[in-house]
Unconditional design. Structure first.
Length: 152
């Protein structure tokens, strides 16, 4: 199974069934269409990501009650595989902007700028116990041991 690494809090927003579209500057390869992929949270958590995390908590989009009161804590999800989804389709972000109202929640959860692509993520399966993994750019394969953890 392939995996993709996302920054926090966006990986957790997918795992918590809030974010259903992932935006990228590239199309996913057609061979991955309808494939199940794992979602991995990056190990680093930068200042702008920390700020976004707390904005999403305050807006009620992200369920991290422990972090809402203590801005110094890091999420326990960093560097872990959180869930898996199916790549059910993709489209240019211009199509999303034309079809959705500006107040659509997804606009605040991705980069819908020009010449980008929105990947639709369906069939969410969350993990009871997220597990650590070393992330990479683009799509990368889970090892045999990691794949067994994902299927437990």
């Amino acid at each position: 199974m392939y995996c993709i690494t996302l920054w926090e809090p966006w990986a957790s927003l997918i795992a918590q069934d809030v974010k259903h579209w992932e935006t990228r500057g590239w199309e996913y390869p057609k061979r991955y269409h309808l494939d199940r992929i794992a979602i991995h949270a990056a190990k680093r958590w930068k200042k702008d990501q920390r700020r976004a995390t707390f904005e999403f908590i305050r807006a009620g989009l992200l369920d991290w009650p422990l972090y809402a009161s203590n801005l110094g804590w890091e999420p326990p999800t960093l560097g872990k595989v959180l869930c898996s989804v199916t790549l059910t389709g993709q489209q240019p972000t211009e199509h999303c902007r034309a079809r959705w109202a500006e107040d659509n929640e997804e606009f605040h959860l991705g980069d819908y700028g020009p010449r980008r692509f929105a990947w639709h993520l369906g069939n969410l399966r969350t993990l009871d116990k997220p597990f650590p993994a070393v992330g990479r750019q683009g799509f990368w394969k889970l090892s045999g041991d990691e794949l067994l953890k994902l299927k437990q």
